[in-house]
Design a binder for this molecule. Sequence first.
Ligand code: SAM
Length: 186
Amino acid sequence: MSDSPWWASRFAALAAIDPDLAGALDRQAEAQVDLLERLLELRPGDPLLDVGCGGGRHSILLQERGLAVTGVDLAPELLELAQRRWAARHPGHDGPQWVQCDMRDLSPQGPFAAAILLDRTLGVFDDDADHLRTLSNIADRLRGGGVSCSSSSIPTTGPTATSPGTSPLARSLRALTSSGPTASMP
Ligand SMILES: C[S@@+](CC[C@H](N)C(=O)[O-])C[C@H]1O[C@@H](n2cnc3c(N)ncnc32)[C@H](O)[C@@H]1O
């Protein structure tokens, strides 16, 4: 596993300037969550893993809709921001579980009904082996029929690809996810 690249700390640096730069709980986030609920057929009580949850933009909204969310992120500052945001909206009420870990070495074991990696969380490692390791970890933590959803620009148009959907990564993704449905958001 290579070191986490430079961009891993960029989001936390933005949040230090203005929490909303790290993702606001706004109408766009609500719309994404609306779509996720339908796309992933989420039901209240379902355990959901938000990988690279950042400041909790989607985790918080999904927990508010009755899901049992576990949000993981590398940056402790962002997890603290997520925790503060939840506490401000729901004083005294338990919220998502926030877990600090590397997405390539996930500590929550699940099983989860669904996993999400939203808004450029996946597709940014220099080495595709890190993407595959992440997805394989997630697949191991999904219960039967579990689904994963990514809205990231997986580098099918990046240096490892010749055309969309034909890169070794894209082929491996298809192989990895062939045992269950996977979804992609624009
Ligand atoms: C572009 S942000 C997206 C955050 C969130 N999903 C959203 O949509 O608001 C990417 C997130 O991935 C986290 N991250 C970067 N590298 C990571 C790693 N190796 N393991 C876990 N999280 C990581 C960053 O800290 C950041 O919060």
